[in-house]
Design a protein around this ligand. Structure first.
Ligand SMILES: [Zn+2]
Length: 406
């Protein structure tokens, strides 16, 4: 089996990729938490695309909001004679379409226009579903003398992944001998490979003071004033305390950004009794988010004591990131060679703010890598995928399978 003929077969599959994408995108795949019926019917459709695999296993997990809904995961394999599997992991579910008036054509009626296919879930993550299928399709089963080829199509990525990749990892479907690629982030042109993520920490700070007239602030406690002073103190002291840089990441530092806040009072002459704000913190893996939380609580305590206000600090969400994935393994070198063989330009290794399915592997001590040719329309109205990106991605996967499996 020659790589050249596999690449030619992929190049000749443009219309097949379009047809498969269009049929798949017509079927909504929104989780029950967001008011949908799950990915079941879309998974049934994807299983029709998996002819020629040695095994296709379906792992249905009952939904935690609505146990009558099963959340489907599919594992398709072409068996190799060596140890380990090269996995490409993509997700079946989508977010909600949002404001329909912002879509030029209905999100579940895919529209092909030149190099683009419009529709909800085309880029996120239909691109990876279709490209991985075509990347694997032309490898004859029985011809793999090294690693196995594995495609995983998972549920529940857009909420918590507990019924998707989290479930599969806990159930032991992956091993340390595997090479794991998660194509759910990328830059246009495909020149960046993500090997690390920051911790994510979302903090809500609520300040309770005492309302009074605008002319007599001494009779109340201005929650907005206390909040503003606390926030400015936090921004300064967090940046000083967690100052270290890691050039792998863009940006190379931990970031602590104020994001949401609430309205205070409807009148200019009223001292507000309540204010709250949230911070979106993306913290380098070398620091401990629990320690950062402790420091934020300590600073808030100082401001509460100083002002007499009640200050409540709450974690809205925290995601611990695993250690960066190894870049000195022969498998990773083969992957980099595969990307370089197909895309133009310098290919770089990078860390990002988080969070993809790859982190679920990293926190269990496994290596996982994130790469695709990015488009940048995900979670937006008029989401679309570039057909040329699907073809490029499929060629990179074929190169990778060829190097590690044949
Ligand atoms: Zn995604």
């Amino acid at each position: 089996m020659q790589l050249d003929s596999i690449i030619s077969s992929i190049e000749a599959s443009r219309q097949g990729m379009i047809d498969d994408m269009v049929e798949m995108i017509r079927i909504p795949a929104i989780g029950p938490f967001n008011g949908g019926k799950g990915e079941g019917e879309r998974a049934d459709q994807v299983m029709k695309y998996l002819a020629g695999f040695d095994s296709v296993e379906r792992v249905d997990v009952p939904d935690d909001c609505d146990p009558t809904v099963m959340r489907p995961n599919i594992l398709a394999r072409k068996n190799g004679r060596g140890k380990g599997t090269v996995w490409i992991v993509s997700h079946l579910d989508t977010v909600l379409p949002g404001d329909l008036s912002q879509w030029d054509s209905p999100p579940f009626e895919p529209r092909v226009d030149g190099d683009r296919i419009y529709g909800l879930g085309t880029e996120d993550n239909g691109q990876a579903v279709i490209a991985s299928i075509y990347g694997a399709r032309f490898f004859e089963s029985g011809s793999l003398s090294k690693m196995s080829i594995g495609l995983a199509f998972v549920a529940d990525e857009e909420t918590k992944s507990l019924m998707g990749i989290g479930h599969l990892i806990d159930a032991g479907y992956f091993s340390e001998d595997d090479f794991i690629l998660v194509p759910d982030w990328g830059v246009p042109g495909g020149t960046m490979v993500e090997v690390a993520e920051k911790h994510l920490l979302w903090v809500k700070v609520a300040v309770k003071g005492k309302q009074t007239h605008g002319s007599t602030p001494q009779k109340g406690i201005n929650a907005f004033r206390v909040s503003a002073q606390l926030l400015s103190d936090l921004m300064f002291r967090l940046a000083v305390r967690y100052y270290e840089e890691d050039p792998l990441f863009r940006p190379p530092i931990s970031t602590f950004e104020p994001t949401k806040t609430v309205a205070t009072v409807p009148s200019v002459n009223v001292i507000p009794a309540y204010h709250e704000f949230t911070m979106d913190c993306r913290i380098l893996p070398r620091y401990d988010p629990d320690e950062v939380m402790g420091f934020i609580r300590k600073v808030a305590g100082e401001h509460a004591a100083r002002s007499g206000a009640d200050i409540d600090v709450e974690v809205e969400q925290v995601t611990f990131s695993g250690a960066p994935s190894a870049t000195d393994t022969p498998e990773f070198a083969a992957f980099m060679d595969s990307v370089r063989a197909v895309v133009d330009g310098e290919v770089e290794v990078t860390g990002v703010g988080g969070g993809t399915c790859a982190n679920f592997f990293r926190v269990k001590g496994m290596n996982a890598y994130v790469w695709e040719c990015g488009g940048g329309t995900l979670h937006q109205p008029n989401e679309h995928v570039l057909i040329s990106n699907m073809i490029t991605d499929a060629k990179v996967y074929a190169n990778l399978f060829y190097r590690l499996c044949v």
